[in-house]
Design a protein around this ligand. Structure first.
Ligand code: SAM
Length: 228
């Protein structure tokens, strides 16, 4: 899989891409990340990529021309623009994108990107949450990590990405490790019982209870809400 990232700050990424699962996946060539410096497509001595907004107002807007030139060769790839006005990122999007051969991520800065880019060069506009960041680079890193850990062979135990939060629309149950008593706090007795059926039933109940308490929105639309 290839992920192309269009940014004015390519230097933002290398350190994060070198560690953990991402670092191992890149080294093993499970994924290739191409950092595209938007300023390479800008004109003039200052290689400006932004200009004042039509109609007035604060801040600057990213000009369409450099972005279009950077995106033209990437036509045919799945092109995602990060913007607070996009659809909210979720696990289903990451699952879907992890099956692609080539994904393009466009990082905005300033007050955002000229709307004609969103309209004519972008397949999906995506937000990473209801807050405003200074740029799309955090989002691009977040998506890259979220996708790469789904690639076959990227994580040591493939089951770990199957049994986790948001699978089957539920949050994960609480997890514990040694010692079984820590500062007087006990691990739930059932987990020490060795009774796998009881453990499985406890985990399912915990997933449901947690989701009901913390994220009831995940249960909306489920047929038998009472049961959950
Ligand atoms: N003026 C824009 C607005 O109010 O919606 C915010 C622009 S923000 C300061 C600059 C860039 O950061 C955006 O173009 C986008 O690429 C990125 N960004 C900021 N918050 C984001 C979010 N919640 N999700 C995705 N991208 C975001």
């Amino acid at each position: 899989m290839k992920i192309s990232i269009i940014t004015i700050f390519p230097e933002y990424f290398p350190q994060a891409l070198a560690v953990g699962i991402l670092g191992r996946a890149l080294e093993a060539r499970l994924v290739e990340v191409d950092l595209i410096d938007l300023r390479d497509y800008a004109e003039g001595t200052h290689r400006a990529v932004d200009d004042a907004p039509f109609g007035g107002g604060p801040g600057m807007v990213m000009m369409p021309e450099p972005l279009a030139k950077a995106l033209d060769p990437l036509e045919g790839t799945h092109r995602v623009l990060f913007t607070p006005v996009g659809r909210r990122l979720d696990q289903a999007m990451l699952d879907r994108w992890s099956d692609l051969d080539h994904l393009t991520l466009v990082c905005g800065r300033y007050e955002g990107v000229d709307e004609r880019i969103a309209e004519h060069f972008i397949d999906e506009e995506v937000s990473v949450g209801d807050y405003v960041l200074a740029g799309g680079e955090v989002a691009a890193l977040l998506v890259t990590e979220g996708i790469v850990r789904l690639l076959p062979e990227a994580v040591g135990n493939p089951c770990s990405v199957v049994f986790e939060s948001f699978r089957e629309g539920l949050l994960e149950e609480p997890v514990y490790t040694r010692p079984s008593v820590f500062r007087g706090w006990q691990v739930p007795e059932v987990l020490l019982s060795g009774d796998h059926r009881r453990i499985a039933a406890w985990r399912t109940a915990q997933r449901r209870e947690r989701t009901r308490d913390r994220r009831p929105d995940l249960l909306e639309g489920k047929c038998n809400v009472e049961e959950w």
